[in-house]
Design a protein around this ligand. Structure first.
Ligand SMILES: CC(C)(COP(=O)(O)OP(=O)(O)OC[C@H]1O[C@@H](n2cnc3c(N)ncnc32)[C@H](O)[C@@H]1OP(=O)(O)O)[C@@H](O)C(=O)NCCC(=O)NCCSC(=O)c1cc(O)c2ccccc2c1O
Length: 263
């Protein structure tokens, strides 16, 4: 498959997948998700690859979630599979299912669905300028399944609820304190730090790592079912005036008036 929205590179037994849409802070549209799926499957099943790095192009963002300029009631023009117009739930599953450790290398914003992607990766290494957070209830969205229930496994129930209900932003250091991040380094040392982690990972027994990963996943795999159910609900929510007010307000750069749409 030819890639337009992502970059794919292999070096030293490490595959690096870069979301390459810096003008929209690496937000994903349906095509981006399809390309990411293809790249994860390629890297995940290549026997000479021992670790996968997911990152974003430029220094502003890792990923800011769904592309809100391509979202009115559902994502895209309806031509891509996926409950809400793009196969995000498949992407979440593939990051978990590939038998390789996946590292999120976070520079800048990891917001909305971008924070969800970083959360789902096995490990997260952040530059000290990175900013994490969820924005769904501020802009008419929510990420049922791994974005909520699995986040609670990672940071605890109280913190996960705070993150989702309050829609605040958290520094890389705060994210590390709550267990969302494994290591924080100066931004200009981030690439080298991730390379060091990968160089260690590729020395480990690939089969032992694959079994460990599957074992960690098995304990939280019921969340996949919650996500599937939740995506069906999200599809219905996206069709409401209340949800669409959030997207409209974001694009018009004004505060949303959600309560105008309560029945
Ligand atoms: C990330 C920000 C807080 C940064 O704010 P800042 O003020 O620093 O920068 P700007 O706001 O001026 O942004 C610069 C530039 O980038 C564009 N941009 C940024 N993010 C997006 C985006 N997500 N979509 C489209 N465009 C984006 C922005 O418009 C600017 O362009 P200009 O041309 O005006 O220069 C702030 O940008 C921000 O809050 N961004 C929006 C974040 C957001 O709402 N994300 C979507 C949340 S919903 C979601 O992610 C999601 C997750 C899932 O898991 C899903 C699963 C299944 C289906 C759907 C899902 C889903 O939608």
């Amino acid at each position: 498959m030819d890639y337009t929205d992502i970059l794919y590179a292999e070096a030293n037994q490490v595959a690096t997948i870069t979301i390459n849409r810096p003008k929209v802070y690496n937000a994903f549209r349906p095509r981006t998700v399809v390309e990411l799926l293809d790249a994860f499957l390629k890297a995940g099943w290549a026997s000479d690859i021992g670790a996968i790095v997911l990152t974003g192009a430029g220094d502003k963002a890792f990923c800011t979630g769904g592309d809100q300029s391509d979202h009115s009631g559902q994502y895209g023009d309806g031509s891509t599979r996926g409950t809400v117009g793009m196969p995000v739930e498949e992407l979440h599953s593939v990051i978990r299912d590939v038998p390789k450790p996946v590292i999120a290398k976070v520079r800048g914003y990891a917001i909305g669905g971008g924070n969800v992607l970083a959360t789902i990766c096995d490990l997260t290494i952040a530059g000290e300028g990175a900013i994490f957070g969820q924005v769904g209830p501020k802009m008419g969205s929510v990420d049922p399944g791994f974005g909520t229930a699995y986040l609670a496994r990672v940071v605890g129930e109280k913190k996960a609820r705070e993150i989702w209900y309050m829609c605040r932003r958290y520094s890389a250091r705060q994210a590390m304190e709550m267990g969302l991040v494994n290591a924080v380094v100066p931004d200009d040392k981030l690439d080298a730090e991730v390379e060091t982690w990968c160089a260690e990972l590729v020395q480990r027994s690939p089969t032992a790592i694959a079994i460990a990963k599957k074992s960690f996943n098995a304990d939280s795999d019921s969340i996949r079912g919650i996500g599937g159910l939740g995506m069906q609900a999200l599809r219905l929510y996206y069709a409401t005036a209340e949800s669409q007010e959030g997207v409209k307000a974001l694009n018009e750069k004004r505060p949303p008036r959600f309560r105008d749409f309560l029945k």
